[in-house]
Ligand binder design. Structure first.
Ligand SMILES: CC(C)(COP(=O)(O)OP(=O)(O)OC[C@H]1O[C@@H](n2cnc3c(N)ncnc32)[C@H](O)[C@@H]1OP(=O)(O)O)[C@@H](O)C(=O)NCCC(=O)NCCS
Length: 211
């Protein structure tokens, strides 16, 4: 039996979300290692050195865990790809809806990152909006939560631009970059975007208004 909303390929303009594939090992490791300084302040502390945790051989375990979570309905893990001038999609980031709890909660936590070489182009707002709309539709979810370190201005800007609600402050919430870090909690429920035709439609309007 397949899990609600999985597998899926989602696309908007040059941004494409798809399940990870076994053959992503080298591309994944390259982008993760090229972004160590960019990602480490915002990610959970790795139990082993960064290069080791992000090597092509470590990808085997990342891939296996994500596939298991997706198949069991506990996660919606997407590789974020961007269409290049050569007409090919390149892996540039990640959006994951994890820790899905169904029944009376129907909620997930969203996590995301993008390669610093393509930051500032709206790739993650687009990718997150695609994933959230998919989760609210075929995925059968009702609520998406995002927790962000207060000093992570770029990520908080993503929340502001997409209109997530700031709901909470969590002291010493997650072990990130070597210590227990406070986080600001944001959330969105399906009712928040229903009248607007979804989160992607809202994001398109926000972008158009800012252009
Ligand atoms: C947070 C993050 C995912 C945003 O992705 P993105 O696709 O660049 O998102 P946007 O293009 O909407 O840019 C968001 C903000 O980043 C900032 N930004 C833009 N270009 C940037 C750059 N080259 N370097 C740093 N910050 C930049 C701007 O403040 C921008 O907001 P603005 O639209 O008001 O100018 C990305 O910065 C990232 O991967 N950061 C490291 C990992 C991380 O923080 N993950 C989230 C943990 S909660």
């Amino acid at each position: 039996m397949s899990a609600p909303g999985w597998p899926a390929v989602l696309t908007d303009g040059a941004v494409l979300l798809r399940p990870y594939e076994r053959r992503d090992a080298v591309a994944w490791s390259e982008v993760r290692c090229a972004n160590r300084a960019w990602l480490a302040p915002w990610e959970s502390t790795p139990p082993i050195p960064w290069e080791q945790a992000n090597s092509p051989s470590a990808y085997r375990y990342v891939y296996r865990d994500q596939r298991r979570a997706a198949r069991s309905g506990e996660g919606l893990p997407f590789a974020v790809c961007l269409l290049g001038d050569d007409g090919r999609h390149r892996l540039v980031g990640h959006v994951n809806l994890s820790n899905i709890v169904r029944r009376a909660f129907c909620s997930a936590f969203a996590g995301y990152w993008v390669d610093h070489r393509v930051a500032g182009r709206g790739v993650i707002p687009t990718a997150l909006a695609l994933a959230v709309d998919h989760a609210f539709g075929p995925g059968g979810l009702h609520r998406i939560e995002v927790n962000i370190r207060p000093e992570n201005t770029p990520s908080r800007r993503v929340m502001e631009k997409l209109g997530f609600r700031e709901e909470a402050y969590h002291p010493r919430y997650l072990h990130i970059d070597g210590g227990w870090r406070d986080h600001v909690g944001y959330a969105l429920t399906v009712e928040d975007v229903l009248d607007e035709g979804g989160l992607l439609a809202r994001w398109h309007r926000v972008r158009a208004a800012a252009a």
